[in-house]
Design a protein around this ligand. Structure first.
Ligand code: ZN
Length: 138
């Protein structure tokens, strides 16, 4: 499978994912070349800032949203992208940043966004190697 085939496989997965959940904000796919994660700051996604934000500065809010989206895809990358993974972050990732949509996050405190379960799962996975697809990095 060449780079263009991998690109098409990722684009197909992205289109399918966006059709189901347009405001997921990213995608992680396990391709033949390895795991590939992307996040999207596009129309509809930026509206999530109000849904998830606890900060009060506009610049901080966009950066925070981007960090949340990256952390979410990073959770997929480390915890459930490989076949046979024991965790499905949307269902058993501890809520917060593992929620399928950031607008579902309860935000009464910062602990509701980055939850104790999110931290526990990710701290256990940080040292685990995952094959990464770098074919689209140019
Ligand atoms: Zn997700």
């Amino acid at each position: 499978m060449g780079v263009s085939d991998e690109k098409s496989a990722f684009q197909k997965a992205a289109e399918q994912a966006k059709a189901v959940i347009p405001t997921h904000g990213g995608l992680t796919v396990n391709l033949k070349c390895g795991i590939l994660s992307e996040v999207y700051l596009e129309e509809g996604i930026l509206d999530l800032i109000d849904a998830v934000d606890l900060a009060d500065k506009e610049a901080d809010r966009t950066a925070r949203l981007l960090a949340y989206l990256i952390f979410h895809e990073w959770m997929h990358n480390k915890l459930d992208a490989l076949e046979g993974a024991s965790v499905d972050i949307h269902n058993s990732g501890g809520g917060g940043l593992a929620e399928i949509e950031l607008k579902n996050v309860q935000k009464t405190s910062p602990d509701d966004i980055l939850t104790k379960v999110n931290i526990k799962l990710m701290s256990a996975a940080l040292g685990k190697s995952r094959p990464q697809c770098t074919a689209r990095l140019t």
